[in-house]
Design a protein around this ligand. Structure first.
Ligand SMILES: CC(=O)N[C@H]1[C@@H](OP(=O)(O)OP(=O)(O)OC[C@H]2O[C@@H](n3ccc(=O)[nH]c3=O)[C@H](O)[C@@H]2O)O[C@H](CO)[C@@H](O)[C@@H]1O
Ligand SMILES: C=C(OP(=O)(O)O)C(=O)O
Length: 420
C-alpha cells in the first residue's frame, strides 16, 4: 500500500484549486438511475469513490463515461440489474444511495447492507423506515436489503426524521421525485450537498420546494429527463487546505471555495486567529500570528462538520492553550488521536470529547492512517512537524482527496508518494 513522505516546517503559499465535492458527486451519480438521461455532471473530481460508484452503476446497466480531461461524468441508460452486490457496497457506504432511485423507478431493489466502518456502526434504519413510509415493503435477508413497492409505485408521505441524516435525506429525496403525490421531509439534512442534489433533480424536471431548509416538499410523479449539472465545490477539501495554510503559517487562495459552505468551520478558524477572506474567485486563508485554542462540537450543517474534526484537531495541537473537541455524529471518530500523539501532540480523550493542549512544535514520525479524514489530519500534522513524517496505509486518502500530493507540492510542501 502507498505511503506518503513529508518533510515539515515549510509555510505553504499560492493557489489550490478546489475540486468538485465527493459527497455531492456520489448522490448525483445515483440520481442518474431516475431517468434514461443522459445526466452530465461537470466539475467531476478524479477520486477512487467516483470509480467505485461508476463500477456500481455500470453493473446496474448504466453507461458511465468519466472524461478526466474535461472533468465530466456522463451517465445514461436504464438499469438492467436491480441488485447492488456486497463486493462493491462494502467498499463504499454511499452505495446505499442507489436504493431509493431503483425502488422508485423500477418498483424493487436488492442492495447489500453496507455494514459498519472505521468511524462507527452507521446503520441505515432511517433510510429504510422512510422508504416504508413511502409504501415500500422492506426485508433484510442474507445481508441484503430487499425492497418492493406494491403495484410498482411508491406514494408520497410526510416523513419526520427523528435525527438528521444526510444519506437518508438524499435517498428519500430521490425516491420522492418519482413517488405518486406529495412528500414532505421534515428535519431533513441541510448540507450544501443536499441542496446541490435538489438543484440537479430540479434541472431533471423534479418539483422541489424548501431547498436549503430543514423541510423539503416534493411534488412527485414527474418523468425526469436529461440534464447538465455542475458539482458543487468540495467544502471539506477547502476546509482541509484552510487548515494546511493555518498550521504552516502560510497563505493559500482556495480557488472555487465558498464561505457560506464552510458554516461554523470558518467562524471557529477565525476565533483561533486564522484570517479567512472571501474573494471574487474563492477564499484566501492565512495565518501571520499565533494560533489560539478553540472549543468545537460537531453538528449537522451549518454546525461544525464532523468531516473537519480530525483536521481541526491537528491544527489545535500547535495552538496556544487548550481546546475541547466533542464529536457528536459518529461514535468512533478519534482514531487519529493516538497517531497525532506519536508526533508529540498532547491530547486526552474520553468518550466523545478530547482535550488538546497545544505544544510549540510537533515532531515527524511514522504514523498509520485509519480513515479518510484521519489520514489527511496526519498529513497536516506532518506539514507542521519538524523532520520527516511517513503516513502509512494512505488508500483512504485517494477516496476523497484529488491529487493531494500534487496540490500540496504546488504550494511549496515537501511531500511525495512512495509506492508500497
Ligand atoms: C457520502 C457522504 O455524503 N458521506 C457523509 C454523510 O454520511 P452519512 O449519510 O452516512 O451520514 P448520516 O448523516 O446519515 O449520519 C449521521 C448520524 O446518523 C446515524 N444514522 C444515519 C442513518 C440511519 O439510517 N441511521 C442512523 O442512526 C449515523 O450512524 C450517524 O451517527 O454525512 C456524514 C455526516 O455529515 C459525513 O460524515 C459523511 O462524510
Ligand atoms: C465519512 C466520509 O465519507 P463516507 O460517508 O463515504 O464514509 C467522509 O467523507 O469523511
Amino acid at each position: 500500500m502507498d505511503r506518503i513522505r513529508i518533510r515539515g516546517g515549510v509555510p505553504l503559499n499560492g493557489t489550490v484549486p478546489i475540486s468538485g465535492a465527493k459527497n455531492a458527486a456520489l448522490p448525483l451519480m445515483a440520481a442518474a438511475l431516475l431517468s434514461d438521461g443522459p445526466l452530465v455532471l461537470t466539475n467531476a473530481p478524479d477520486l477512487a469513490d467516483i470509480e467505485t460508484m461508476r463500477a456500481l452503476l455500470t453493473q446496474h446497466g448504466l453507461t458511465v463515461v468519466h472524461d478526466k480531461v474535461a472533468r465530466t461524468l456522463t451517465l445514461s441508460g436504464a438499469a438492467t440489474s436491480l441488485e447492488a452486490p456486497y463486493d462493491i457496497v462494502r467498499k463504499m457506504r454511499a452505495s446505499v444511495l442507489v436504493l431509493g432511485p431503483l425502488l422508485a423507478r423500477y418498483g424493487q431493489a436488492r442492495v447489500s447492507l453496507p455494514g459498519g466502518c472505521a468511524i462507527g456502526t452507521r446503520p441505515v434504519d432511517l433510510h429504510l423506515k422512510g422508504l416504508e413510509q413511502l409504501g415500500a415493503e422492506v426485508e433484510i435477508t442474507a445481508g441484503y436489503i430487499e425492497a418492493r413497492a406494491p403495484q410498482g409505485k411508491l406514494r408520497g408521505a410526510r416523513i419526520i426524521f427523528p435525527q438528521v441524516s444526510v444519506g437518508a435525506t438524499e435517498n428519500l429525496l430521490m425516491a420522492a421525485c418519482l413517488a405518486e403525490g406529495e412528500t414532505e421531509l421534515v428535519n431533513a439534512a441541510q448540507e450544501p450537498e443536499i441542496s446541490d442534489l435538489a438543484m440537479c433533480l430540479m434541472r431533471m424536471g423534479a418539483r422541489i420546494e424548501g431547498i436549503g431548509t430543514g423541510t423539503l416538499r416534493i411534488e412527485g410523479g414527474a418523468t425526469l429527463r436529461a440534464a447538465t449539472h455542475p458539482i458543487v465545490p468540495d467544502r471539506i477539501e477547502a476546509g482541509t487546505y484552510a487548515c494546511a495554510a493555518a498550521i504552516t503559517g502560510g497563505s493559500l487562495h482556495l480557488e472555487g471555495a465558498r464561505l457560506e459552505h464552510l458554516g461554523a468551520v470558518a467562524r471557529v478558524m477565525r476565533d483561533s486567529g486564522v484570517d479567512v477572506a472571501e474573494t471574487n474567485t474563492g477564499l484566501t486563508v492565512s495565518r501571520l500570528n499565533g494560533l489560539r485554542g478553540a472549543d468545537v462540537m460537531t453538528e449537522p450543517f451549518p454546525g461544525f462538520a464532523t468531516d473537519m474534526q480530525a483536521q481541526f484537531m491537528a491544527l489545535m495541537t500547535v495552538a496556544e492553550g487548550a481546546s475541547m473537541i466533542t464529536e457528536t455524529i459518529f461514535e468512533n471518530r478519534f482514531m487519529h488521536v493516538p497517531e497525532l500523539m506519536r508526533m508529540g501532540a498532547r491530547i486526552n480523550f474520553h468518550g466523545t470529547s478530547a482535550i488538546v493542549r497545544g505544544v510549540p512544535k510537533l515532531s515527524g514520525a511514522p504514523v498509520m492512517a485509519t480513515d479518510l479524514r484521519a489520514s489527511v489530519s496526519l498529513i497536516l500534522a506532518g506539514l507542521a512537524a519538524e523532520g520527516e513524517t511517513i503516513v502509512n496505509r494512505v488508500y483512504h486518502l485517494d477516496r476523497g482527496y484529488e491529487h493531494v500530493e500534487q496540490k500540496l507540492a504546488a504550494v511549496g510542501a515537501q511531500i511525495e508518494r512512495l509506492a508500497n
